[in-house]
Design a protein around this ligand. Structure first.
Ligand SMILES: [Fe+2]
Length: 157
């Protein structure tokens, strides 16, 4: 988003900060994996983000609006899943996941705020679109899924 909309100063700056925070999380996760002797393993992308991206409209300002709403949904779902996992982990790891959860909650709020301030679309239309995207998202996390990933659907047996 920083690359796509550099002329939108507030959005570009916020997304740049958000990207740095996510990269910092990547570094922390890699260190924890090394500490725990867990080798890095390359995984194929789950259907989740791609499935949501397919719903993104291509004409502006709806492209930006959809991108922001999809970002908000991904952050909210990540937050929910971290909240479920954190209490079941060893204490140190649980605390780390708890921190990720707080970040994702903040990111969700940034995406929603920008959806309202940057797109020039009225709030009723934003809410209606959010409901449509939520329905797509719900099927991606609940329909049978062959792959096991952080945002997978129900296991296909
Ligand atoms: Fe995030």
């Amino acid at each position: 988003m920083t690359n796509r909309y550099p002329e939108r100063t507030a959005l570009a700056q916020r997304m740049s900060r958000l990207a740095r925070e996510e990269l910092r999380h990547f570094e922390q996760v890699r260190s924890i994996m090394d500490d725990m002797d867990i080798p890095f393993e390359r995984l194929t992308a789950s259907r989740y983000a791609g499935g949501l991206r397919k719903a993104m409209r291509q004409e502006e300002p709806y492209k930006l609006l959809d991108m922001l709403l999809i970002g908000a949904l991904i952050e909210a779902r990540s937050c929910e899943r971290f909240a479920r996992i954190a209490p079941r982990l060893p204490e140190k790891l649980g605390r780390f996941y708890g921190g990720l959860l707080a970040s994702e909650a903040r990111h969700f709020e940034h995406y929603v705020a920008f959806a309202k301030s940057e797109c020039g679309v009225d709030e009723a239309e934003i809410n209606a679109r959010l409901e449509e995207l939520k329905a797509i998202e719900a099927s991606l996390i609940s329909d049978p899924d062959d792959e096991f990933r952080f945002h997978s659907g129900a296991p296909a047996l």
